[in-house]
Design a protein around this ligand. Structure first.
Ligand SMILES: *Cc1c(COP(=O)(O)O)cnc(C)c1O
Length: 234
């Protein structure tokens, strides 16, 4: 990797950290409670290697095959996040790489993972993806469907539901994401209440390059950032 590209990556990462810190300050959050997931789906392998060298520990991929291929090439301390749609026949491979699946978007997929999880030494951790805005083009549970399935989902012993994930509608104005992120947090509070607090559901995965500050202000513990880290490199 050329020195010019490396400095660009260092600068991008510095700016993302600066934005994270400012948002934590505004939202009265601790920076230690927000994990930057570097979304490497459009990034070249050497850029990703460099980011890991720079101390980034969490990487996100949209496609299961790419996650598995890259997990095999990068240091084992890297924590992987699958953020894109998962087909049931790919679930086993993703579980083998110990990744956190952010995109469990149906009862069928959940049940399949639970079946696989029953044979694993530890229940796999996952997030349930919610389609808060209800756009037809989006994956994810509709909130009412999730509430209806909740007693089934929350009683499975062979998975660990760590929290929820959502994507805000694409919009140039990041403020338009705020009601969506707030609704996800309120849904989490409701689900926690409905299972008598048996599940803490601490993780909220919300916010991308254009709106992660709003995500942090509204309680995100995981932000998924791609283009802000890699812009200007190709
Ligand atoms: C690509 C992607 C991201 C990252 O988007 P950027 O705008 O590049 O930061 C985040 N979440 C999901 C689900 C994605 O597919």
């Amino acid at each position: 990797m050329s020195d010019a590209l490396r400095s660009r990556l260092v600068e991008n990462l510095r700016l993302v950290h600066e934005r994270m810190e400012a948002a934590c300050h505004r939202g009265n959050r601790s920076i230690a409670d927000v994990t930057l997931v570097a979304v490497s789906k459009y990034a070249e392998m050497e850029w990703v290697q460099e980011l890991v060298q720079l101390g980034v520990t969490d990487l996100g991929e949209a496609r299961p095959q790419q996650l598995m291929a890259r997990a095999a090439q990068l240091p084992s301390h890297v924590r992987w996040h699958l953020i894109g749609h998962l087909q049931r026949n790919k679930a086993e491979g993703v579980l083998a790489s110990n990744g956190l699946i952010h995109s469990v978007d149906s009862v069928r997929l959940f049940d399949h993972i639970a079946k696989l999880g029953a044979a694993l030494p530890r229940p796999p951790r996952l997030l349930l993806e919610v389609n808060i805005s209800g756009e037809a083009s989006k994956d994810g549970f509709i909130a009412d469907d999730l509430l209806a399935a909740w007693s089934h989902l929350s009683s499975s012993p062979s998975v660990e539901i760590a929290g929820l994930m959502t994507m805000a509608p694409l919009n140039d104005d990041s403020e338009s994401a705020r009601p969506v992120f707030r609704a996800l947090r309120e849904l989490r509070d409701r689900l926690r209440f409905e299972c008598d607090g048996r599940l803490a559901l601490n993780e909220l995965s919300m916010g991308m390059s254009g709106d992660f500050e709003v995500g942090i202000e509204e309680g995100a513990t995981l932000i998924r950032v791609g283009s802000s880290l890699f812009e200007g490199l190709s």
